[in-house]
Write a protein that binds this ligand. Structure first.
Ligand code: DAH
Length: 344
C-alpha cells in the first residue's frame, strides 16, 4: 500500500508539473483528491489493514495528500501570476502616443460682451441689478411715463400675457423698480442687463427676443454733461480711444431731454463711407435726463434729485465691434459661428 501511495504521489506531481492551464489543474485535483479520486480509493481500503499498519499508512497517506495539495496550490498560484503578467503585458499603455484633444466650451459671445460692459460700469461705481422678464404693465409702461393709450406705446410692439402682465419690452422698468426699492432716499447708480421681448418678425436686424442693458444714475446735481462724459468713456473703452461720440436730440417718454448717441465710424473716421451709410456716424444707444414725472412716481423729489438714464443693445454693440452682420447668429447657436469669437 505504501508503494501504491508513493506511486500515486509521483504520478500526480509529474502531471502537475506538466499542465499549464487552471482547467487541467482542476482535473488533476479531482482525479487524485476528489471523492472518487485514486488517493481516496486507497484510503478507503485502509480498513483491511492491521491495527499496527493503519497509523503508519495513515500518516503516509496524509503526507501524500498534503504534498499533492501543496503542489496543486503552488502551481495554481504560478499559473495565476503568469496569466496576470501576460494580461499586463498585453494591456501596456504607450505613454508616448499623443492624446486625443478635448473640446472645451466657452462663454457665448453675448455673455462676453455683457460682462465686458458690466465690468466697465462697475469700474465707474455702478451696481448690477436684475428684474423680471414677465413684467407688469405698470413698471414696463406707466411708471415710465407711458400711461395707458399713450401713443408712444406703439414704439414697442408688446407680447401681452394678460391686460396687466406682459413680457418686458425693455430693461427700463428696472429703473423704476430700483428707485422704488431705494425709497427716494439715496442715490441710485445701477446698470441692468437682461432679456427683452418684442413682437417683431425675425430678420437680419430684428429678433423677437434680444438683450438690453439699462443704465441709471440718480443723485443731487446730476447733469447732462455727466451723461455725455459717461457715454464718451464707455464708447472709447468699448470701441477704441480714437472714437468720437455725438448726441442727437430724440424722444423717449421717460427722459427729457432725450438723446441718441452715435459713435464715429471706424472705417472712415467720420468722412462717410458704406459702413456708416455716408453719414460718418453709427447709432449706438438712447438716453437722456430722467423725466421729472418718472422720478416723482418712483418716490424721488425732482426738485432735489436729478438723473440720467440710457439703454443699449449688446447684440448691436457686438455686431459693430466684431462685424457680425446677422443678429440671428446669436440665437441659432451654430458652434462654427460662435467659436470664432471665443476668447483664448
Ligand atoms: N428703453 C429704450 C428702448 O428700449 C431705450 C432707452 C432709451 C432706455 C432712453 C433709457 C433711455 O433708459 O433713457 O428703446
Amino acid at each position: 500500500m505504501k508503494e501504491q501511495l508513493e506511486a500515486i504521489q509521483e504520478e500526480a506531481l509529474e502531471k502537475v508539473s506538466l499542465v499549464d492551464s487552471p482547467k487541467e489543474l482542476q482535473e488533476i485535483r479531482v482525479t487524485y483528491l476528489g471523492k472518487k479520486g485514486s488517493l481516496t480509493k486507497v484510503l478507503k481500503g485502509m480498513g483491511k489493514l492491521s491495527k499496527e499498519e493503519r497509523p503508519v499508512i495513515g500518516q503516509i497517506a496524509n503526507q501524500v495528500r498534503d504534498t499533492i495539495t501543496g503542489a496543486l496550490d503552488e502551481k495554481a498560484e504560478k499559473l495565476e501570476r503568469a496569466a496576470l503578467e501576460q494580461k499586463l503585458e498585453e494591456e501596456s499603455i504607450d505613454v508616448t502616443l499623443p492624446g486625443r484633444p478635448v473640446r472645451v466650451g466657452g462663454p457665448h459671445l453675448l455673455t462676453d460682451i455683457v460682462e465686458e460692459i458690466e465690468d466697465l460700469f462697475i469700474g465707474m461705481g455702478y451696481e448690477v441689478k436684475e428684474g423680471p422678464e414677465v413684467e407688469t404693465d405698470y413698471f414696463n409702461f406707466e411708471a415710465l411715463n407711458l400711461p395707458k393709450n399713450h401713443p408712444a406705446r406703439d414704439m414697442q410692439d408688446t407680447f401681452y400675457i394678460t391686460n396687466e402682465l406682459l413680457l418686458r419690452t425693455h430693461t427700463s422698468p428696472v429703473q423704476a423698480r430700483t428707485m422704488q426699492e431705494y425709497k427716494g432716499e439715496k442715490p441710485v447708480k445701477m446698470i441692468c442687463p437682461g432679456k427683452v421681448y418684442r413682437r417683431d418678425t425675425d430678420d437680419a436686424t430684428h429678433s423677437h427676443q434680444f438683450t438690453q442693458i439699462e443704465g441709471l444714475y440718480v443723485d443731487k446735481n446730476v447733469r447732462m454733461s455727466d451723461l455725455k462724459g459717461t457715454l464718451d468713456k464707455f464708447a472709447k473703452k468699448m470701441f477704441g480711444e480714437e472714437r468720437e461720440i455725438r448726441l442727437r436730440p430724440s424722444f423717449f417718454p421717460f427722459t427729457e431731454p432725450s438723446v441718441e448717441m452715435d459713435i464715429s465710424c471706424k472705417v472712415c473716421h467720420g468722412e462717410g463711407c458704406s459702413v456708416c451709410k455716408g453719414t460718418g456716424w453709427i447709432e449706438i444707444l438712447g438716453g437722456g435726463m430722467v423725466h421729472p414725472k418718472v422720478l416723482e412716481m418712483a418716490g424721488y423729489d425732482p426738485t432735489v434729485y436729478s438723473g440720467f438714464a440710457f439703454g443699449m443693445g449688446p447684440e448691436r454693440i457686438a455686431m459693430l465691434k466684431y462685424g457680425v452682420n446677422d443678429i440671428r447668429g446669436f440665437y441659432t447657436n451654430d458652434v462654427r459661428f460662435l467659436k470664432q469669437y471665443h476668447k483664448a
